[in-house]
Design a protein around this ligand. Structure first.
Ligand SMILES: Cc1cc2nc3c(=O)[nH]c(=O)nc-3n(C[C@H](O)[C@H](O)[C@H](O)COP(=O)(O)O)c2cc1C
Length: 374
């Protein structure tokens, strides 16, 4: 039975909680219109910036597959085998703000009931860069964007004051969010990078800056593998490579671990989950850990560029799940159901609790180390 999957997230009403994330599937007006026709509840545009963008020569994205006979991972051995991940070194949109604005307006007119979030990015090292954030915010919301997603997570930036270099710095994260919030009239989401020691610190920082939601995450820092026959990286330009981002199935367990630590730290805040989702069972992990919406990139890229079959399966999968589960009436009911089941290692039962000292030597004459401080 088709279920009502509509939900409210950061004050916005979504027909379903499934979004295309900021990436090639959302890089053009025609893609976004096709995505909405296919049934996506929302889309986040490919990130819009103020600086000219020139991508590397050759492929910007490759897909790693586990070879059927050996399980070995490769980007260059054909399409047989199970998908492991996407690897990309693509920059943000190469189209300027002026190109995007009339398109945002037209898309919203064509699909007023769908949610269109503009992903934006600028630097943080000077007043003129902060003005870029303000301009992007004002212009995108004037064109009709329902919300903004701050790209604090692009892993391919040379500038030390942009992308994931902001996302690794608590003070900058908080400050940039605050600058945007001062001029924003629509909800502001902050997309964080997993390339940091403790993502909970950055989540706290953007919430202090006023973010309405945390989005996690962007791709994980990674290199293409070396081909043992040619001794070249499987993806390179003139033999050279630089770290790119890993997405797709391989990052699902990594990304939900980050998500769990943030939703446990901020149980009353809003989170949108990204990483490795292609089926409803993948998305369910994020909902059960406390997310209100989820976003998809790699799986959609591999399904007619905008994921018409992916969104159909997500919607059908969600309805079938609600039909058979005795636990929940709506998807919103599952939000955070398993959040408190992720605990410190010392809280996991041992065969005999009295034997375990949390890795510390018991000291003669003193009580056992306090489990809460381990
Ligand atoms: C080719 C490519 C380009 C991307 N471009 C952007 C971008 O412009 N802005 C952004 O915030 N994330 C970008 N991403 C990251 C995705 O939105 C998403 O966070 C990531 O791929 C993880 O999701 P997945 O496992 O479903 O692929 C890009 C990802 C890929 C593969």
């Amino acid at each position: 039975m088709a279920r009502d999957l509509s939900c409210t997230f950061t004050g916005l009403r979504f027909p379903n909680p499934f979004l295309l994330s900021s990436a090639p599937p959302t890089e053009s007006e025609s893609n976004i219109l096709r995505a909405f026709e296919a049934g996506w509840g929302g889309v986040v545009t490919k990130t819009i910036g103020m600086h000219p963008v020139v991508n590397v020569k050759g492929p910007k994205t490759k897909f790693l597959r586990a070879q059927p006979e050996t399980g070995a991972l490769s980007m260059n051995k054909g399409r047989a085998g199970a998908l492991h991940s996407s690897w990309n070194w693509e920059l943000i949109s190469d189209k300027p703000l002026d190109w995007w604005l009339p398109r945002i307006e037209r898309i919203k007119k064509a699909f007023p009931d769908r949610i269109l979030i503009a992903s934006i990015m600028a630097g943080s090292g000077s007043e003129s860069e902060l003005d870029h954030w303000r301009t992007l915010t004002r212009e995108c919301q004037k064109a009709g964007a329902d919300g903004l997603e701050l790209n604090l997570s692009c892993p391919h930036m040379d500038r030390p004051d942009m992308g994931s270099n902001i996302g690794k710095d608590e003070a900058l994260c908080s400050f940039v969010t605050q600058v945007v919030k001062e001029v924003a009239t629509v909800p502001v989401w902050a997309k964080l990078t997993p390339a940091t020691g403790d993502i909970v610190a950055e989540a706290g920082a953007v919430f202090r800056g006023g973010a309405d939601a945390v989005v996690s995450s962007n791709t994980f820092p990674s290199l293409p593998l070396v081909d043992p026959d040619t001794l070249e990286f499987e993806c390179n330009v003139d033999g050279f490579v630089s770290p790119g981002g890993l997405g797709g199935p391989a990052i699902l367990p990594l990304s939900i671990a980050n998500m769990a630590s943030m939703t446990r730290a901020f149980p009353d805040k809003s989170f949108s989950g990204i990483g490795g989702i292609s089926e409803f069972r993948d998305a369910l992990n994020y909902f059960l850990l406390g997310c209100g919406t989820v976003q998809v990139c790699t799986a959609a890229m591999l399904d007619h560029a905008v994921g018409p079959n992916v969104i159909r399966r997500l919607i059908e999968g969600a309805s079938a799940f609600l039909d058979r589960t005795p636990f929940f009436e709506t998807l919103a009911d599952c939000r955070g159901h398993l959040r408190d089941r992720v605990v410190a290692h010392s809280k996991i039962r041992r065969p005999d609790d009295s034997d375990y000292q949390g890795g510390y030597e018991p000291q003669e004459g003193y009580a056992a180390p306090d489990a809460d401080n381990r």
